[in-house]
Design a protein around this ligand. Sequence first.
Ligand code: AHR
Length: 346
Amino acid sequence: MSLCTIIINMKKVAKLSLFLLSLLLTTGCGNTKSNFSKKNKEKHSSSTLILGFSQIGAESAWRKRNTESIQQAAAKANIQLVFNDAQQKQANQIKAIRSFIVYRVDVIAFVPIVETGWDNVLKDAKEAKIPVIVVDRKIKVKDESLYAGYIGEDAMQEGTKAANFLLEKFKESEDPHINILEIRGTENSSVASERSLGFTNTIKENPRFSIIYSESGDFLRSRGREIVSNIISDNQGLNINGSPIDIIYSHNDAMTLGVLETLASNNIPSENELTIVSIDGEQKAINALKDGRINCVVECNPNIGPLLMYLVKTIANRNTIPKESYIEESVFTENDDLSTIPPRGY
Ligand code: AHR
């Protein structure tokens, strides 16, 4: 080993130790979590790429699978992953990204909890010449060159697919008013906005449909439970000011599962009475689809890891990546042969 290689290795180890320290200092031990363990550090070699990744948290089974997919793919690709869990706070994500910049990781990737507020920290990353990949949710920035590319789902299409299922299901219906309750995801997140927009733009093809109530459930099961429980107690049943709810369109399975719990505890059968459309494709939602308690599940694919690692390597080799890369997704409905769906893994 030449002196030069030894010095580079020493610099890397020093850089990584400082980085660990920085994460502890800037995020606080109890506030956010990092998986930058001693064991990982020892495995590191000077040729390994370092990816700083800020995840938003663990709000759903979908999100947990998304994290696993990224961790597994990084290990397989021999990429050193510095993982930060922001515990649902944008401020924690900004702190984590700043730490990644200070200690000069090779590439930064993050799931933006909301769309806006990233310009300053991404300008810093650009000045430090560290490429940034936006994962799963999109961002709005004044200067598009602040990030290299987006990889994830097409949330607009997911909303469109949900609406298309309903247009088809109700095309023979003679009901003059088909009333929809929409339970939205996290306020100001791109997925929630796009799932709403794709849905409303499509559903308006049939003027008998109307969204009579819409509320954000923050992608949480507890909020799905709470929203429907409040509606039932305020209106003495599943209606809004006397207008019956015919359809529940929920932006994710976690909230939908919460809704199903509330319906069951109020002895309101979801089979036949109500049409429920959900997004994600968690095993529990697929089981409910099989039981007839949900009518359609639009898949949102959490298995982004392998494609992300491919993009990380591409960009680290100074090649450009597409501005948008979408992952394949399908739709599961009550009209399909559901016996052929393989275990979902989340
Ligand atoms: O951003 C993707 C969404 O976030 C998933 O639909 C949801 O389950 C998650 O929490």
